[in-house]
Design a protein around this ligand. Sequence first.
Ligand SMILES: *[C@@H]1O[C@H](CO)[C@@H](O)[C@H](O)[C@H]1NC(C)=O
Ligand SMILES: *[C@@H]1O[C@H](CO)[C@@H](O)[C@H](O)[C@H]1NC(C)=O
Length: 218
Amino acid sequence: MDSSMALFSSLILMMLSLTFSEANAREILVGGKVDAWKIPTSAAETLNHWAEATRFKIGDWLIWKYDPKQDSVVEVTKENYDKCNTSNPIAEYKDGNSKVKLNRSGPFYFISGAQWKCQKGEKLIVVVLSPNHNKPKPSPPPLAPSPSTVDPKAPTPSPVDPKAPTPSPVGPDPSAPTAMEVGAPAPAPVKNGGAGGWRNGVITPLVVFGSLVGMALF
Ligand SMILES: *[C@@H]1O[C@H](CO)[C@@H](O)[C@H](O)[C@H]1NC(C)=O
Ligand SMILES: *[C@@H]1O[C@H](CO)[C@@H](O)[C@H](O)[C@H]1NC(C)=O
């Protein structure tokens, strides 16, 4: 009963945070300026130099602005990127105001539709970080009653000990939930930076917080 409510609350929180990050999707002008889709004049001016200094997230949009009579944008495989081969594109954009949604993690390869321009360096690799990379630790949920309840650095023992003698692992006195809001030390997992870091760093605090919300609501 307790754990199913905790799970339910956690699912709601995860959906909220997904919605929140989707709303944060950005529109990124390639090269940071309108006429950047062109043959670079120096190594420091290549679009890949710009891309390496930019963080791309799933859901972001890339926008190219260029003269459609002179140029186009072609998304290709890595092999065709290396060869400036546009004969078997993944996608082609020719309207001069091209928008591409970065809908997955990993690399995206773009080259000019004019092969000679590609060969002179008019090309772009964008690498989208995986979601795990974007979430090294949980951001405070918007409805959190107190930031201390999700503090991953709290030095208290794990709240999910199966041998715990009481059915409620999250507080000494469940009938007085306000005690937790006025500064009683909140149980939270020790932060784990190892292989299980994402699970322990995000899921467990969410479950802890979810069970707190469950207790407060029900
Ligand atoms: C370009 O790609 C096509 C299809 O992938 C392939 O058939 C062709 O040989 C490639 N051309 C060059 C020059 O690599
Ligand atoms: C991303 O979008 C492209 C083009 O719109 C589509 O072909 C591809 O299947 C999508 N990938 C994912 C993982 O949704």
